[in-house]
Design a protein around this ligand. Structure first.
Ligand code: ATP
Length: 315
C-alpha cells in the first residue's frame, strides 16, 4: 500500500485551558478530496494550522508525504499549500506582484517566478486580472488569487480553510469546480459549513466535534453507519380498503422488521423497516409484481448528511 499523504496520530492542541483538539488520529491517502466538517469551535482550523506547520501541536505526531511534521518541518511546509480562513491579501498590491512576493518567500528562483505565475494563473483562472490591484477584485476573484498563492510552490497537498465562505452562489459553484479540478492531481482537505458543497466536491468526510473525530468515511459509509434499521419506502396505488391486506403480505416477507402503511392523497405509502441491514427492495418489488400492485415509488430511505451531522454534533 502506498504511503498516505497525511497520517495524524493522537494529535492534541490546547491553548492554555482550551483543549481545541483532543488526541485525534486519521490517515488520508493520496488523491482524495476530504471535507473537514464540524460546528463552530470544533477544532478544524486548529488541526489545519498544525498540518501546515503554522502552529505546533501540544502532543502527538503527524506525517505529510512521508515526512515527520516535527523533525522535518521545513520540508513538510514545502509540501503543503494553505488557503487560510480569512485569506489575508494585500489590497494595494497588484496580483502579479503579490504572487511574485509569495514565490520569493517560497524560495522559487527568480528566473522561474514568471513561468510559475503563468502556470498557476492559468490553472486558477486569474490571467484576466493578474495586473489589477487586489483591492479591486471580487471575493470570488480574491479566492482564486488565494488558491494561486497556495499552489505557487507546486505542493502535492492543499489545505483550504472554508474556501467558499462569504461567496455568492455563482462564485461558490466556480470555486467548487476549481477545487474539484485541482483534486485531480492534488490531495485536498477543505473545511466548510456548507453540506451540499461537501456532497458535491468531496470523496471522503471527516467530522470533528469538541476536538474529537466523530465520523470518518465516504458519504455512503456515514449513511450506512447512521442507519440502525434500513428503511424502504413503497408507494402503491390503492385506498384504505387495501392497506390491511397489503401490510400483511409485506410482513410475511423474510427479513422484515415492521411495516407501517398510511393512505395518502394519491395512494398508499408504506414505511418498511428491514431487520438485519438487508436491502429488501428486490423482494418487495417481486411481491408487488406478483400481487399486481401498481408501484409509484420504491426506494431506500437513507438519512441525509445534514441529519447525520446534527446527530453527531449535538451532544
Ligand atoms: P470555526 O468553524 O468557527 O472556524 P473551528 O472548528 O475552526 O471553528 P478552531 O478555530 O480550531 O475551531 O477553534 C477550536 C477551539 O479553540 C475554540 O474553542 C476556539 O475558541 C479555540 N481557539 C482557537 N484559537 C485559539 C487561540 N489562538 N487562543 C485560544 N483559543 C483558541
Amino acid at each position: 500500500m502506498s504511503q498516505p499523504m497525511i497520517a495524524v496520530k493522537e494529535l492534541t492542541k490546547s491553548y492554555g485551558e482550551v483543549h481545541a483538539v483532543r488526541s485525534i488520529s486519521f490517515e488520508i491517502p493520496r488523491g482524495q478530496i476530504v471535507g473537514f466538517l464540524g460546528p463552530n469551535g470544533a477544532g478544524k482550523t486548529t488541526t489545519m494550522k498544525v498540518l501546515t506547520g503554522y502552529i505546533a501541536p501540544t502532543s502527538g505526531s503527524f506525517m505529510v508525504d512521508g515526512l515527520d511534521g516535527y523533525e522535518q518541518g521545513l520540508q513538510v511546509r514545502n509540501r503543503v499549500g494553505y488557503l487560510p480562513e480569512h485569506n489575508p491579501l494585500y489590497p494595494e498590491l497588484v496580483v502579479y506582484d503579490f504572487l511574485s512576493y509569495v514565490a520569493s518567500l517560497r524560495r522559487i528562483p527568480k528566473k522561474k517566478i514568471q513561468a510559475r505565475i503563468r502556470e498557476v494563473g492559468s490553472r486558477c483562472g486569474i490571467q484576466e486580472f493578474v495586473g489589477r490591484p487586489i483591492g479591486t477584485l471580487s471575493k470570488g476573484q480574491r479566492q482564486r488569487v488565494g488558491l494561486a498563492q497556495a499552489m505557487i510552490h507546486d505542493p502535492p497537498l492543499l489545505i483550504l480553510d472554508e474556501p467558499t465562505s462569504g461567496l455568492d452562489p455563482n462564485q461558490i459553484v466556480e470555486i467548487r469546480n476549481l477545487v474539484r479540478e485541482l483534486g485531480q492531481d492534488h490531495t485536498v482537505i477543505l473545511s466548510t459549513h456548507n453540506l451540499p458543497e461537501v456532497m458535491q466536491t468531496c470523496t471522503r468526510l471527516l467530522i470533528i466535534h469538541q476536538g474529537k473525530i466523530v465520523a470518518d468515511g465516504t458519504q455512503e459509509e456515514l449513511q450506512r453507519d447512521a442507519t440502525d434499521n434500513p428503511t424502504v419506502i413503497l408507494e402503491v396505488e390503492g385506498g384504505a380498503d387495501d392497506t390491511g391486506s397489503m401490510t400483511e403480505q409485506l410482513e410475511k416477507l423474510n427479513g422484515i422488521r415492521s411495516v407501517k402503511g398510511g393512505v395518502q392523497e394519491k395512494g398508499i405509502r408504506f414505511i418498511i423497516e428491514t431487520a438485519d441491514g438487508s436491502d429488501l427492495r428486490t423482494d418487495i418489488f417481486g411481491l408487488a409484481a406478483t400481487a399486481g400492485w401498481s408501484v409509484r415509488e420504491l426506494r431506500r430511505d437513507v438519512p441525509d448528511l445534514e441529519h447525520i451531522f446534527h446527530r453527531l454534533t449535538q451532544q
